[in-house]
Design a binder for this molecule. Structure first.
Ligand SMILES: CC(C)(COP(=O)(O)OP(=O)(O)OC[C@H]1O[C@@H](n2cnc3c(N)ncnc32)[C@H](O)[C@@H]1OP(=O)(O)O)[C@@H](O)C(=O)NCCC(=O)NCCS
Length: 211
């Protein structure tokens, strides 16, 4: 798919810059173009050499396209991937300085940012963000549309349900399950399983409020 294919980075804010930077570093694309629904961004650049165009202009680009939805918020990222699914295939972006074990599996539309680690036999669903310096250790599973924020660490054989946010620098001890839609606060340490939909913070992590 590379070489002839133009990569559309959809979502032209801070996270879009991280994705475009990783895509340019990985290379192999014919080019990288950004898009966003905010008209104020059209005609500007996401990064030097990465123009931001209106969504209406995308179908008219006369070249094979690939799509990466680059929105940090999990539900918005998922919604845009649904809305744009007829435009182009959803593709993952892996920074050349991320570490992806050959035995690990990642779904479509994932980002592995610089210094991210996805260890042997880990499995990621679609649209998962493994942000800068985050670690998904061996045998972990992460369901679709999760955001594993910078510096977060998942101990071996732990798991994360769909749509969860694991905040910057948090830790999940090995073998634990973090439920779907959970928000685990920045810096938290999960020492027990966390039920679906909850927000937990602190060391050891405790519920912030009931779901
Ligand atoms: C946990 C979190 C999701 C809660 O967000 P929220 O529902 O908007 O909560 P609020 O900001 O209203 O804070 C509610 C309370 O929790 C406390 N709190 C918030 N985040 C906390 C954290 N990470 N650790 C400890 N306490 C925290 C606040 O101080 C506040 O306490 P108070 O009621 O005594 O004043 C959020 O603070 C967080 O940590 N998100 C992770 C962000 C991140 O790492 N993003 C990465 C982007 S790349």
């Amino acid at each position: 798919m590379h070489r002839e294919t133009l990569l559309i980075v959809f979502g032209a804010r801070g996270h879009g810059r991280v994705v475009a930077d990783a895509a340019l570093a990985a290379g192999g694309w014919r080019g990288v173009v950004a898009s966003d629904r905010d008209p104020a961004l059209w005609g500007t650049e996401l990064l030097p050499g990465v123009p931001i165009v209106a969504p209406d202009a995308l179908p008219g680009l006369r070249t094979p396209l690939a799509l990466h939805v680059s929105i940090g918020d999990n539900s918005s990222r998922r919604a845009e991937a649904e809305a744009l699914r007829d435009l182009a295939p959803l593709v993952s972006v892996v920074h050349p300085r991320a570490s992806l074990a050959p035995s690990a599996e990642i779904g479509a539309g994932c980002l592995l940012a610089a210094q991210a680690v996805v260890a042997p036999l880990a499995r990621l669903g679609a649209g998962v963000i493994v942000n800068h310096g985050a670690v998904i250790d061996h045998d972990c599973w992460v369901d679709s549309w999760c955001h594993i924020a910078p510096g977060a660490r998942l101990g071996g054989a732990s798991g994360v349900g769909a749509g969860a946010l694991l905040g910057s620098g948090c830790t999940v001890l090995p073998g634990l399950r973090v439920g779907a839609g959970v928000r685990l606060g920045a810096g938290a340490v999960a020492t027990r399983p966390i039920p679906d939909g909850a927000t937990w913070v602190g060391v050891p992590a405790q519920p912030l409020r009931n779901p």
